[in-house]
Design a protein around this ligand. Sequence first.
Ligand SMILES: NC(=O)c1ccc[n+]([C@@H]2O[C@H](COP(=O)([O-])OP(=O)(O)OC[C@H]3O[C@@H](n4cnc5c(N)ncnc54)[C@H](O)[C@@H]3O)[C@@H](O)[C@H]2O)c1
Ligand SMILES: [Zn+2]
Ligand SMILES: [Zn+2]
Length: 362
Amino acid sequence: MAQQVKGVIAPGKNEPVRVETILVPDPGPGEAVVRIQACGVCHTDLHYKQGGINDDFPFLLGHEAAGVVETVGDGVTDVAPGDFVILNWRAVCGKCRACRRGRPWYCFDTHNARQRMTLTDGTELSPALGIGAFAEKTLVAAGQCTKVDPAAAPAVAGLLGCGVMAGIGAAINTGQVGRGDSVAVIGCGGVGDAAIVGSRLAGAARIIAVDIDDRKLETARTMGATHTVNSRTTDPVEAIRELTGGFGADVVIEAVGRPETYQQAFYARDLAGTVVLVGVPTPDMKLELPLLDVFGRGGALKSSWYGDCLPSRDFPMLIDLHQQGRIDLAAFVTEEIGLGDVEKAFARMHEGDVLRSVVMFG
Ligand SMILES: NC(=O)c1ccc[n+]([C@@H]2O[C@H](COP(=O)([O-])OP(=O)(O)OC[C@H]3O[C@@H](n4cnc5c(N)ncnc54)[C@H](O)[C@@H]3O)[C@@H](O)[C@H]2O)c1
Ligand SMILES: [Zn+2]
Ligand SMILES: [Zn+2]
């Protein structure tokens, strides 16, 4: 029997989101129903609402979530009812070419639930990133559930499900930041700050935070930035070069997703340095760079989806580091809100008031 629960849907392009009753089917083979305890509001949810990802409205938003497995379908062995899990959008298949080559973080056949959640009139919902967790319960593929230490607070654990993992992974996995490196992070929202935390964890000697909002720069400092640059008033490329002995940073992480900030990242890195694009551009954006500069400056231009993470490897490890006090993931939670407050949270995100608003479920 499908269950009726409340969830936040984006009905159409740029229309306000609203709380609706949704139907969650019983889990089929390989699926699980998870009772959500907390789900963060990520900029990608706003991209969905604005039609920046695709046009498959209505969306069931929310994808940075932790909760407890309620029921599982046939053949599910890795998780069981009662397990505390973080939901992930990379349930690797183990069989595709990327998986077989030992690079499962590039898996191009990741699993989602086969059945669809619907509105009460039968309209099928598109769950954001195959998750849809601004809902009291959601249906996912069992592989999207990663078990972690149940002592961790749900509001904190859930953030690893997307933005915080994307940022930490952009630094550690994609950018391969190492001990003594200089790093610049452009855009210090939840994702950029996580890249700062990751860079510090990896032993970066100099971490330069760049943003257009002084409040964001202040927070970036508490996260581990050693220097800050307001790019509204200061040329960030010049400033980063000055702060790195005239060379540019070893790794520059772009966490905004715009051509102009990408261009800053490109020129602010040292020769043969690495640029990591973790910000998500919209389909209309174009980049123009002199090809000779791309050639002449060498190095690596990479993009980072989900911080090139492997949830089963990285989530439990990062939760352990948090529980030991070696990284502070709680610092990302600016406010805890209710299910009806998502639209307001988008506005606050837009105003730059929050790192993460987290929807809490009773
Ligand atoms: N690649 C991935 O796997 C992944 C995962 C999650 C989120 N994202 C993307 O990462 C980006 C950041 O997400 P977020 O949740 O941190 O968003 P956010 O809105 O919290 O943060 C964005 C930050 O960028 C700053 N900013 C805006 N314009 C700027 C500019 N021109 N120069 C410098 N700073 C500028 C803002 O002041 C803000 O601090 C988004 O594009 C999001 O979609 C990517
Ligand atoms: Zn695969
Ligand atoms: Zn996200």
